[in-house]
Design a protein around this ligand. Structure first.
Ligand SMILES: Cc1ncc(COP(=O)(O)O)c(C=O)c1O
Length: 355
């Protein structure tokens, strides 16, 4: 039986060479490679500056701190996302206001954001889910500071604008299985140099004449940044490969059984995940769990796209779109080193195990 992993970092000779060069240089903590990676990412996204940090979660926290979000404030975020954005809001002492998603795009529903807004709302965290940009145009019209969370989406477009260029601040994650990885790592990017300077002052202690209790040690290392630079050079190829495999899944899976990702007009999808909605045969979240186990047993590693929606952890009612996604959506194996043969096999087993 061939094992088809859900995700896998694409690492090769470029990354190996880059890491060896850093080791040989003797400069292994934050140094010239971090600066090069920051310049490269800012140029790639189309922003003026970037500050590399140790993870996406830390990037979110420092972005909130840079905006001055703290006690007495609230921050809007979706329920259908990993817990990192919620945790970042807790770290800065603010209150998270969860809103539901749009059930076809899995992204924040701008109408619900409008309703959730209060006089104490200081920011909206906008994760672009699974490779598809959120409805930035409608969110921007709300005239609130947006933190674009690009942990899952790089290189996609919304109404002619590159994802990451619309918010006041943008954050990235470079966790091992992301579109671009450094093992662990994150970044805060912006055109606002004042905000970026605040992030720099928080990622490293002894950077300012007075003590700041919110500062810490959140640096990325040159070893990690060297991997990031090598990955960035190949990101275009990685995204092309993902798109080709996504197109193959679309061809192979019957649409009346597996609803493929919907790409609204004016947006592009970069397929960090290929999330399908199961239209028939499963009635509950438990049945979905059983289906995932049967697939795993046959060597096809599929996942729930979100481990547990935040409102479930917090026991909050009225998140119908998140609930629906949680009981009927699954993420299929997809990464640049996956072969077409593996996609064909996965598509075949996905259909067989449904009956
Ligand atoms: C949307 C989103 N935001 C933030 C994060 C957190 O990133 P990290 O794992 O690098 O802390 C993730 C990570 O998976 C994510 O998917």
């Amino acid at each position: 039986m061939t094992f088809i992993p859900h995700s896998k970092p694409s690492l090769g000779p470029e990354e190996l060479r880059a890491v060896i060069e850093v080791l040989q240089s003797g400069q292994i903590t934050a140094g010239p490679m971090v600066a090069q990676f920051e310049r490269g990412m800012a140029a790639y996204i189309g922003l003026q500056g970037a500050v590399a940090v140790s993870s996406g979660t830390v990037a979110l926290e420092l972005a909130l701190r840079a905006l001055g979000v703290g006690h007495g404030d609230n921050v809007i975020l979706p329920s259908y996302v990993c817990s990192a954005p919620w945790l970042a809001v807790q770290r800065v002492g603010a209150q998270a206001r969860l809103v539901d998603i749009n059930s076809t795009t899995y992204n924040l529903d701008p109408q619900k954001v409008r309703k959730a807004r209060t006089s104490r709302t200081r920011a909206v965290i906008v994760p672009h889910m699974f490779g598809l940009p959120a409805d930035l145009t409608s969110l921007q019209a709300l005239d609130m500071p947006l933190i674009e969370d690009c942990a899952q989406t790089l290189g996609a477009m919304e109404q002619g604008r590159a994802v990451g260029t619309v918010g006041t601040l943008t954050v990235c994650s470079f966790y091992a299985t992301k579109l671009l990885c450094t093992g662990e790592g994150g970044m805060v990017l912006s055109n606002d140099e004042v905000l970026l300077e605040r992030v720099r002052a928080l990622r490293e202690y002894d950077k300012a004449p007075s003590l700041n209790t919110s500062a810490g040690n959140c640096k990325l290392t040159d070893l990690q940044a060297a991997i990031g630079v090598a990955q960035l050079n190949q990101l275009g190829e990685f995204l092309d490969k993902r798109s080709a495999l996504a197109a193959l899944y679309r061809d192979l899976l019957p649409a009346e059984v597996f609803t493929a990702p919907v790409v609204p007009a004016g947006r592009t999808h970069v397929y960090y995940r290929f999330v399908v909605r199961l239209m028939k045969g499963l009635q509950s979240a438990d049945e979905l769990t059983d289906y995932l186990s049967r697939l795993a047993h046959r060597g096809v590693q599929c996942r729930r796209p979100v481990f547990r929606p935040l409102h479930r952890y917090l026991d909050l009612p009225d998140f119908p779109a998140s609930d629906e996604a949680d009981s009927s959506a699954i993420s299929l194996p997809l990464h640049p080193s996956l072969t077409e043969e593996a996609v064909r096999q996965a598509a075949h087993i996905l259909q067989e195990e449904l009956h």
